[in-house]
Design a protein around this ligand. Structure first.
Ligand code: NI
Length: 313
């Protein structure tokens, strides 16, 4: 084991009850009071504070403001997100959070559930922006597949309605994927939002949590999080899991992703051209071999399809 690894103070969570599993299927989300120890939460908070302060991953297009478009790119970040924080802090590989999250995902999705991706979101004190209403599935790059996915969202300090806890629209996990768009119809903004008239926002259930608790939501559950109006930054660490995606019988398009032109995408493309693509492939292969070898097959298939389309074939 590498030095500096987080020592697992293992508290494997008890299995979910049948009632909890049924709730998740019905409502599209669950709330648990604890997914790892207070000690681990404190260490994870330190790590994420450092990664955001250092703007880890910025040049690679892995850290960016979710709600700033090109016009407001120079303003203080209102909703910074870091993709794959584990790429910049390898001690995040070995945590009780990760282990417990995988166990929860397998109970809710099935034994073939695997890690899909991970990210961290910071809502700065006083001006942390609202996260628009959306369904996570809308962010998927390849609409040719059906996705069965969930996200496990853990705050690293208490999450309250005042600092931007999660909010869900119950039952929307059983509906269709709604059309999405860029906020203000500005394709330079990274975030997506769905039409707030397409669902009943009065049904929203806010989910306050203690530090180290978690919410679990399905990839179709409509959700958002309010702004941070407190004097303390709000950090959240999110692990997403999925079953192997299945090719769809009927095609669909995610026009909202096709039109995106974010600065983060431009930085990622430039980084890849400078040789970053090799780093990216090495990371992906290592990550997949550790967690989801079958995922490699889907990665290669997706890359070939993307190359095929680019060549206009
Ligand atoms: Ni989301």
């Amino acid at each position: 084991m590498y030095s500096g690894a987080i020592q697992r103070a293992f508290e494997i969570l008890p299995a979910l009850t049948e009632e909890q599993k049924a709730d998740f299927q019905q409502e599209g989300f669950l709330r648990l009071p604890s997914i790892c120890t207070p000690d681990e939460v404190a260490r994870l908070l330190q790590i994420l504070e450092r990664l955001f302060a250092e703007r880890a991953g910025f040049e690679e297009g892995a850290q960016y403001d979710l709600v700033a478009g090109r016009q407001s790119a120079d303003a203080p970040a209102k909703l910074p997100q870091l993709l794959y924080p584990v790429n910049y802090a390898p001690e995040l590989r070995d945590t009780a959070f990760r282990e417990n999250a995988l166990r929860l995902a397998r109970q809710l999705l099935g034994a073939d559930a695997r890690p899909a991706f991970e990210h961290a979101v910071l809502k700065p004190a006083h001006h942390g922006a609202e996260t628009p209403w959306h369904q996570d599935e809308a962010h998927r790059f390849d609409p040719a597949y059906d996705y069965e996915q969930l996200s496990i969202w853990m705050p690293l300090q208490e999450a309250t309605p005042e600092n931007g806890c999660m909010r869900y629209i119950p039952g929307t996990n059983r509906g269709e994927l709604l059309p999405h768009r860029s906020p203000h119809n500005d394709p330079t903004v990274y975030a997506l939002e769905t039409d707030p008239n397409a669902f009943d926002v009065r049904q929203a259930v806010a989910c306050p949590l203690p530090a180290g608790g978690c919410t679990i939501h399905h990839g179709r559950t409509i959700h958002s999080a309010g702004p941070n109006q407190t004097n303390r930054p709000r950090y959240a660490y999110i692990l997403a899991f999925e079953r192997p995606p299945r090719a769809r019988a009927t095609p669909r398009r995610f026009a909202w992703n096709e039109e995106k032109q974010t600065d983060a995408q431009a930085r990622r493309r430039a980084w890849r051209r400078r040789g970053g693509v090799l780093v990216e492939i090495a990371r992906r292969v290592r990550h997949r071999l550790r967690t989801n070898p079958l995922g490699l097959y889907y990665d290669v298939r997706w890359a070939l399809r993307a190359a095929w389309r680019k060549l206009g074939l």
